[in-house]
Design a protein around this ligand. Structure first.
Ligand code: GDG
Length: 471
């Protein structure tokens, strides 16, 4: 049955896996996007189109846990060229400040166009007349324009979860014009921060030559496109509930005990990605022990590194580097039963994440560049008693909202050491003052509010308003 709300995202909220009995099945997948969209899907009669991972070619639409899901089938070559190649080898590093060198391959681009078309055609199949289609993220930037050409009746929104780079970086992209035109197929293009929206508008003016005024772009055919910031958030109430449960309380004391009841527990939780600054933060922590500021009896660093993009070469190299560093630090500084760093390369259920957030005295989030960073907000949501300190990179989108964190420049190791030490030594009054303010922010701006504000902006008759204010 055609639907009035179609979500189009690279991934479905479930992964194709082989179950214990050898049969294929589904498992809920981790990741920022899934966490954010799920509540929106449940309240509407939406359908979600995405790739489930894997190479199955015969998957039919199905319902999982009350959600209508439509799987896209991709060949191994398409996965390589579109996903591992152009999305994660070209766009991801380019959009994250060129933290790693982006690779430009014409063949990858061809796969990107081909797969974007597969998504657009599938969305069209499931969209009712006049439906709203909400397209997500950097893997699908050509879909809005393709949808508009196929179905001018649709209301089209696009949301970018990662930063949108300044002109100076974006213009490296050989296909910069096609990407901008792809996005301009939407009625509303949403970004994490107003800086990203401004970068986009400026690029459209300079590279495509359209007239712009503030957040509005005027196309030659009379259509308008708006570019605005919608900082994404989390299910704050849901996380707080998990963290205050008796199960989390029990699990939390078990974790503390298993770590040898240290005075303070530092925590990092990240996808194992070179943008997240894991290496530098572990170095900073270990130097504080070396310098004698505290001892392995006083403090331990728990680092959860969630496996990610494991077939991409740069990610394999990063994993080796981090694991070598952890081995060296523990070898140099640890004692029997007392490692300086407790390193876990694994993913966990949400309940365990909440128990970890509840246990951690100091949460360390130090990306070199991050669209938002939900982990920082999740930690804050879980600190139901206003305790706990957050050390946060200035280069995470979340830093614009969580001003009371100990803000750091992750490129400055000495600066990070000072911030970690300050957070370690801060008295209760100070941490409470900061945490209280951050909790208020996260509670008032949760993911439900985020989705509502995007959808309201998209579906309201903003067009009329735009025409009136045309310069
Ligand atoms: C992108 C942007 C932006 C992680 N490990 C597990 C797990 N997670 C969940 C976390 C959190 C999410 O995944 C990670 O989100 P982040 O925002 O921290 O980072 P990215 O994955 O890079 O997300 C980012 C986001 O999109 C949303 O727009 O904020 O800037 O890069 O929710 O809790 N969840 C479970 N087990 C795990 O092991 N259940």
């Amino acid at each position: 049955m055609p639907s009035d709300l179609v979500i189009v995202a690279n991934r479905l909220p479930v992964d194709r896996v082989t179950l214990a009995d050898g049969k294929p099945g589904w498992r809920r997948s981790p990741g920022g996007l899934v966490t954010a969209i799920e509540p929106v899907m449940r309240t509407g009669n939406g359908v979600w189109i995405g790739w489930p991972g894997g190479n199955d070619t015969d998957l039919e639409p199905f319902e999982d846990d009350g959600m209508q899901l439509v799987p896209i089938s991709l060949t191994p070559e398409q996965v390589q060229g579109f996903y591992e190649g152009f999305s994660n080898g070209t766009l991801w590093p380019l959009y994250h400040d060129v933290v790693a060198k982006p690779a430009f391959h014409r063949e990858w681009w061809e796969y990107y166009v081909e797969v974007n078309r597969i998504f657009a055609e599938k969305a069209v199949e499931h969209a009712a007349e006049g439906a709203t289609v909400w397209v997500h993220d950097y893997q699908l930037q050509l879909v809005p324009q393709m949808l508009r050409e196929l179905r001018p009746d649709l209301r089209i929104g696009f949301y970018l979860h990662i930063p949108f780079p300044p002109q100076e970086l974006f213009q490296q992209l050989p296909w910069r014009r096609q990407i901008l035109e792809g996005l301009l197929g939407a009625d509303l293009v949403g970004f994490q921060l107003s800086g990203g929206a401004a970068n986009f508008v400026r690029l459209v003016r300079h590279r495509v030559g359209h007239k712009t005024h503030r957040d509005t772009i005027y196309l030659p055919d009379g259509r308008t496109v708006r570019a605005k910031a919608f900082p994404i958030s989390i299910d704050a109430a849901g996380f707080e509930k998990l963290a205050t449960s008796t199960a989390a309380a029990t699990r939390s004391s078990d974790i503390r005990e298993a770590l040898g009841n240290p005075r303070k527990i530092f925590l990092g939780i990240d996808r194992l990605d070179y943008t997240k600054g894991i290496y530098a933060r572990l170095r900073a922590f270990s130097e504080l022990i070396k310098d004698g500021h505290f001892d392995v009896e006083d403090a331990v660093f728990v680092q959860v590194a969630v496996p990610s993009r494991e077939r991409v070469e740069q990610y394999k190299v990063l994993r080796d580097e981090i694991e070598r560093l952890v081995g060296r630090i523990n070898g140099d500084l640890g004692r029997i039963g007392r490692p300086a760093i407790s390193y876990l390369h694994s993913s966990y259920p949400r309940e365990e994440m909440a128990a970890l957030y509840r246990t951690a005295d100091i949460m360390v989030v130090t990306p070199y560049r991050d669209g938002m960073n939900l982990v920082a907000k999740e930690y804050v949501a879980c600190r139901y008693d206003d305790t706990g300190a957050l050390v946060l990179s200035e280069f995470a989108g979340a830093a614009e909202e969580l001003r009371q964190a100990w803000l750091v420049n992750p490129y400055d190791i000495n600066g990070m050491k000072s911030a970690l030490l300050e957070a370690y030594q801060a008295d209760e009054k100070e941490t409470q003052r900061r945490m209280r303010a951050m909790r208020k922010q996260v509670r008032q701006h949760d993911v439900q509010a985020w989705a509502r504000s995007f959808m309201t902006e998209l579906t309201d008759g903003e067009h009329e308003h735009d025409k009136k204010t045309r310069p």
